[in-house]
Design a protein around this ligand. Structure first.
Ligand code: AMP
Ligand code: FE
Ligand code: FE
Ligand code: ZN
Length: 280
C-alpha cells in the first residue's frame, strides 16, 4: 500500500512526522509522501524516520492556490534547496498576516482567541484554519472542529477575508522551481463544472502540470472515473492519497485506507516516475 497525501504538525496535521511514519509502518504502507500545506518543515524528520522504518519516502508539498480547494501537490521536491525554503517562508508570512485578520474576525463574533491559544497547535509550523478550529473546541466555543468550520471558518463572510495566495498556475510553477512533479490535488473537491475543471487542467498542463490525484478519500467512485478519463485524455500521471490529518481534524479519514477503506492504491511504475528527477 502507498499513501501520497498526508499532513503533519508542520502544517495542520495532528501528528508529528515521526508519528505519521510510525502509523504508516504499523499498517504496512511501503511508500509514503508527506505533503504538508505550504511548508517543507516536516520533510527532513519524516525522511529520516521513514528511512529507519524501511519505508520509501517521497518529499512532498501541497500548495493552496486561489479558488475553492484548488491545491497543487508537488512530489520529489528538492526541499533542501534555497528556492523551496524561500517559497515556503514567503507563504508562512502571508499566513501569519491572514491569521491576524482571522483573530480579529472571530473577536468581532465574540470568539476570543489569542496567539498563545493557536501556538498550542501550530508547533512552530504554519498556521491554518484547523488550528483555529481546535482552539475554538478547547475553549468551548464549538463542540467539534467540523462545527467551527460550518459556523465560522467556512462561511460566506469568512471567505471575504482574503489571504494573498498564488494562482494555480503560479503554484505549478513554484513546484517546478523546487524541481518537483506538480499534481492537481483532489479535483472533485473544487466543486467545479466538468468543463471548468477540464479547462483548468489544460491551462495548468501548459505551464507544467504532470499529474492528477484521481484517488482521494473524499472522491466518490464517479469522481475517480472522471479523473481517470481526464488523466488518459491529457496524458497525466495518476496519483492517490488519503489526505490524512489525524482524527481530531478529519475524523473519518485513515492513513493509507481513506474513509471506510475506500482507498487501496499502489502503483510501482508511478513510484519509479516520481522518484526520478527527470522533470527538473
Ligand atoms: P487554510 O489553508 O488555512 O485555508 O486551511 C485549509 C485546511 O482546512 C484544509 O487543508 C483542511 O485540512 C482544513 N479543512 C477545511 N474544511 C474542513 C472541515 N470541514 N473540517 C476539518 N478541516 C477542514
Ligand atoms: Fe489541511
Ligand atoms: Fe488539499
Ligand atoms: Zn491535503
Amino acid at each position: 500500500m502507498m499513501d501520497l497525501h498526508c499532513h503533519t504538525t508542520a502544517s495542520d496535521g495532528q501528528y508529528s512526522p515521526e508519528k505519521v511514519v510510525a502509523f504508516a509502518k504499523e499498517i504496512g504502507i511501503s511508500v509514503l509522501a508527506i505533503t504538508d500545506h505550504d511548508t517543507i518543515d516536516g520533510l527532513a524528520r519524516g525522511e529520516q524516520a521513514a528511512k529507519a522504518a524501511g519505508i520509501r519516502f517521497i518529499p512532498g508539498i501541497e500548495i493552496n492556490a486561489q479558488g475553492t480547494n484548488v491545491h497543487v501537490l508537488g512530489y520529489n521536491i528538492a526541499y533542501k534547496n534555497r528556492a523551496a525554503q524561500d517559497i515556503c517562508m514567503a507563504n508562512k508570512k502571508l499566513r501569519i498576516k491572514r491569521a491576524e485578520m482571522i483573530l480579529a474576525y472571530l473577536a468581532n463574533k465574540k470568539v476570543y482567541l489569542t496567539w498563545a491559544d493557536l501556538e498550542k497547535y501550530t508547533s512552530g509550523g504554519i498556521i491554518a484554519r484547523p488550528h483555529f478550529a481546535r482552539a475554538m473546541v478547547a475553549h468551548g466555543y464549538v463542540n467539534t472542529v467540523s462545527e467551527a468550520f460550518t459556523k465560522y471558518l467556512d462561511t460566506k463572510e469568512f471567505r471575504a477575508i482574503r489571504r494573498p495566495r498564488p494562482t494555480a498556475e503560479e503554484a505549478v510553477k513554484m513546484i517546478r522551481t523546487m524541481h518537483g512533479i506538480p499534481v492537481l490535488a483532489h479535483p472533485a473537491l473544487q466543486k467545479k463544472s466538468d468543463e471548468a475543471l477540464e479547462s483548468l487542467l489544460v491551462q495548468l498542463k501548459s505551464v507544467g502540470l504532470l499529474g492528477i490525484e484521481c484517488y482521494h478519500s473524499e472522491h466518490s467512485a464517479d469522481d475517480v472515473q472522471k479523473c481517470l478519463s481526464l488523466a488518459a485524455k491529457y496524458n497525466l500521471l495518476i496519483t492517490g492519497g488519503s489526505d490524512f490529518h489525524g482524527e481530531k481534524i478529519k475524523p473519518t479519514i485513515k492513513l493509507g485506507t481513506g474513509i471506510n477503506n475506500n482507498l487501496n492504491f499502489h502503483d510501482e511504475a508511478l513510484i519509479y516516475q516520481l522518484m526520478q528527477n527527470k522533470y527538473s
